[in-house]
Ligand binder design. Structure first.
Ligand SMILES: [Zn+2]
Length: 226
C-alpha cells in the first residue's frame, strides 16, 4: 500500500502473534504477511513463541518513554450478558491480567480462570510455558454448528480443541484450565493494540467472559492514558 491509498489493508487473526510478541516483551519487530490472515497454526501462540526464541531477541535497552499507570478504574460491563472487563490500579508494578471463563450451567467447560503478570517493559516469566501453548477451543455443540454451516470442513477434532461432555474429543488438554489460558492469551494480544506495553503499563485488568470486541474497547480506552 502506498501513502494516500484509500483502501487500507486489513489483516485478520492478529491476536495470537501479537500476544506472543507482548508476552515475550518484544517491542520492535517487522511482520511480513503474504495473505489477509495470520496462519492459525495449532490454534495457540506456541509456534510463534518458538520461532521468535529460535530467531533470537536483541535487547534495545530502555525505550526512553515513561511507563503508564492505570490510576482510575475503567469499567466496561454489559449488564445484559454479564460479560465485562475492568482495569484499575495494582499494588504490584507491571500489568496483571486475569481472565474468568464461565459458560452456562451444563456446559462441558467448567468455570475456570487464569492469570499472568507482565513486568513493565520486559517479558512475562510464565507466558511461554503456561499461556502461549493454550489452543483455541470450542464446545462440541459449537463445532457441530460450525460444521453444519460448512466451516472448518478440512479440520478434524484432532486439529482443534473441541470439548465435549467427556472432555476434549480425540484430543487431550495440554494445560490445566487450557480454555481460560487461551482467553488470557487472546486478552494480552488484544490489549497490546493500545500501544503502551513497550513503555510499560502498570495496573490490573480483569476480564470476565469477554471476547475480542470488549477487549478491543478496553484497549481503546487505555490508549487515552498514553
Ligand atoms: Zn485466540
Amino acid at each position: 500500500m502506498r501513502p494516500g491509498d484509500k483502501a487500507a489493508p486489513s489483516v485478520q487473526t492478529v491476536e495470537h502473534v501479537l500476544s506472543a510478541l507482548a508476552g515475550l516483551g518484544i517491542t520492535d519487530a517487522l511482520l511480513e504477511l503474504d495473505g489477509p490472515e495470520v496462519p492459525i497454526l495449532d490454534g495457540s501462540a506456541g509456534p510463534f513463541v518458538e520461532a521468535i526464541l529460535a530467531a533470537g531477541v536483541v535487547d534495545l535497552g530502555p525505550v526512553g518513554m515513561p511507563a503508564v499507570s492505570i490510576l482510575e478504574p475503567i469499567s466496561l460491563i454489559d449488564p445484559a450478558s454479564g460479560t465485562g472487563i475492568i482495569a484499575g490500579p495494582s499494588a504490584r508494578p507491571g500489568l496483571e491480567l486475569v481472565y474468568e471463563l464461565e459458560y452456562p450451567p451444563g456446559s462441558p467447560i467448567p468455570p475456570q480462570s487464569a492469570s499472568m503478570h507482565l513486568p513493565a517493559g520486559g517479558p512475562s516469566a510464565e507466558y511461554a510455558a503456561w499461556v502461549a501453548p493454550a489452543r483455541t477451543f470450542s464446545t462440541l455443540q459449537e463445532a457441530q454448528m460450525a460444521r453444519q454451516m460448512g466451516l472448518f470442513a478440512h479440520l478434524s477434532p484432532k486439529d482443534m480443541l473441541v470439548i465435549g461432555p467427556e472432555g476434549p474429543v480425540e484430543n487431550a488438554y495440554r494445560l490445566e484450565n487450557e480454555p481460560a489460558r487461551h482467553k488470557l492469551l487472546d486478552l494480552l494480544g488484544d490489549l497490546s493494540l493500545c500501544g503502551l506495553l513497550a513503555r510499560g503499563l502498570n495496573g490490573k485488568v480483569t476480564a470476565r467472559r469477554t471476547g475480542h470486541a470488549q477487549n478491543h474497547e478496553m484497549a481503546r480506552r487505555l490508549v487515552a492514558l498514553g
